[in-house]
Design a protein around this ligand. Structure first.
Ligand code: GAP
Length: 503
């Protein structure tokens, strides 16, 4: 009999997500097509919390940022200009026996443990042949590699011809470039400033995998930060981050085969040693890293990896990924590219419209440079859940504790009556009604207190309140902390101020 394998933390997190209806495959009753996921009651709250935390950190709290919300269906011209129609391709192979389709780069990565992101197709093909890579399902012979475009094409209106061609956006970024002039005029922002957007993006991934890590419909949170082309090394916000330490894996290290090694440097060192090319890029890298750490992601699970010259996108002169240490290896969590003036210039060329700005000092027109921090919402949420997942053994039973940052959890406090009788349930309802008007709160009176703690711990509720017989005498309750399991006696009229201070 095959030995039962211990699940890794990502598999355990997926089980929890599906069992508690946090995130689960979409349209399940119709067979759940791969790469589409829905959020249930707990998941949608965590998602909304994350969106507002991100928006507050990167947009509301800054005077140099504004937001926008663009359309999902966009004319083909946008994606011809951006290069997505021609170059947004993945290397597809098909098994001649079972007809299943795979990404050739994923097969090579699995077999040879090397990263071939962005490698020219001819070279990927060479590696496939050289290492005799076959179908992972039935060992069948694989077809030659074909470039498979990831964009979802649609036709707008009743006529299906070239003029009605449009695409579901493959990234939110392009809408920011297309609307750059309108948003700049409306907001009266001067360089340097950024435009942020949160919204859906669509990619017809050949092999969606690892739950919401790689799916076909997902949300992005992107910033296009516009800088005067002569001032890419004049970042007024850099100072507080100069001593911020980052673990880096540079393109040079990867060229020497040191893909799994990192070098710990400060942002200051990284700039002085020209590891990171420009001040603004270094600043945004540090700000994004800091954001993840402030949400509780363990720093040792994060690193920075530079894109090699084979994999770097056509629009970028320098790209760094913030990578997370997943059970399937270090992989991209967030990308930070120096897009220069590529996109604005492309849209000027293709649309014939002027997207330049007037430099009052030099009395000349300039096209801003762009640093782009690009986050995947679903991927980040999944990563936060994996990072927060923990287990403890209590009375011989394994229990899950989701140590999610309290600002992210769907519910901040759960109220339990010790018993349903003797007026305890009524008193607990009173307390629950008082709290739920101020902060998200749950009421649970089913099963033993231990079971109720376990149910709330596994969805990360930071505090539980128990109403017992002493409550009826002195108006105090026990307040239990999820992470320490310590309990303290608190006056009912002090609960709200105590909890609000901590969430
Ligand atoms: N505008 C640049 C851009 O879109 P990207 O590296 O292709 O760059 C940015 O995507 C982020 O979007 C990634 O770091 C990841 O978090 C998320 N992302 C990309 N493809 C995804 C997919 N198929 N499923 C889930 N998230 C994805």
């Amino acid at each position: 009999m095959a030995e039962k394998r211990e699940l890794n933390v990502s598999e355990k997190t997926i089980n929890l997500c599906v069992r508690r209806g946090i995130i689960f495959p979409g349209s399940e009753i119709y067979g759940a097509p791969g790469g589409f996921f829905d959020y249930g009651p707990i998941g949608v709250e965590i998602k909304r919390n994350f969106e507002s935390i991100w928006w507050k950190y990167f947009v509301r709290d800054r005077e140099d940022m504004v937001g926008m919300d663009g359309t999902i269906i966009t004319p083909a011209g946008v994606w011809k200009a951006s290069g997505h129609v021609d170059s947004f391709n993945d290397p597809l192979v098909e098994c001649k026996k079972c007809k299943k389709r795979f990404r050739a780069d994923h097969l090579i990565e699995g077999a040879l443990k090397i990263n071939v992101d962005g490698m020219p197709l001819s070279k990927v093909q060479e590696l496939m042949q050289q290492h005799k890579i076959v179908c992972p399902e039935d060992k069948g012979e694989l077809s030659a590699i074909k470039a498979f475009n990831l964009m979802f094409k649609v036709n707008v209106g009743s006529v299906e011809d070239e003029t009605s061609e449009a695409y579901l956006r493959g990234e939110t970024a392009q809408l920011i470039f297309v609307d750059f002039k309108t948003v700049q005029t409306a907001s009266r922002k001067q360089l340097p400033f950024g435009i942020a957007q949160i919204g859906k993006a669509f990619r017809n991934e050949i092999s969606p995998r690892n739950f919401v890590f790689r799916c076909r419909e997902f949300s992005q949170m992107e910033i296009e930060y516009f800088i005067h082309p002569n001032k890419i090394n004049e970042c007024p916000y850099l100072q507080p981050f100069l001593n911020f330490q980052v673990a880096v894996c540079t393109a040079d290290m990867q060229a020497k085969g040191k893909n799994d090694e990192t070098l710990v440097v400060t942002i200051n060192d990284a700039l002085e040693k020209k590891i990171i090319g420009t001040q603004w890029h270094a600043y945004w890298i540090a700000a994004c890293m800091n954001f993840f750490i402030s949400l509780g992601i363990k720093k040792e699970n994060l690193r920075l990896r530079q894109h090699t010259k084979d994999e770097i996108s056509h629009y970028s002169s320098e790209t760094w990924d913030i990578e997370y240490k997943y059970p399937w290896g270090w992989k991209e969590l967030t990308g930070l590219a120096n897009r220069g003036d590529f996109d604005l210039k492309q849209h000027m060329k293709f649309s014939g419209k002027d997207l330049s700005l007037f430099d009052e000092e030099k009395k000349e027109r300039i096209v801003p440079f762009v640093i782009e921090p690009s986050f995947g919402l679903d991927r980040t949420l999944f990563t936060l859940l994996i990072d927060a997942y923990s287990e403890k053994v209590e009375d011989g039973e394994t229990k899950i504790v989701l140590k999610l940052h309290p600002s992210l959890t769907s519910v901040k406090v759960a109220v339990f009556p010790l018993m349903k009788k003797d007026g305890l349930k009524e008193k607990a309802k009173e307390v629950y009604e008082m709290i739920r008007r101020q902060i998200p709160c749950d009421f649970d009176d089913a099963g033993s207190i231990g079971k109720r703690y376990a149910r709330s711990d596994e969805i990360g509720i930071p505090y539980c309140i128990t109403i017992d017989y002493d409550t009826l005498k002195d108006d105090t309750v026990t307040l239990r902390d999820r992470d320490t399991t310590k309990q303290e006696r608190v006056k009912i009229n002090e609960i709200l101020s105590k909890i609000t201070l901590r969430i």
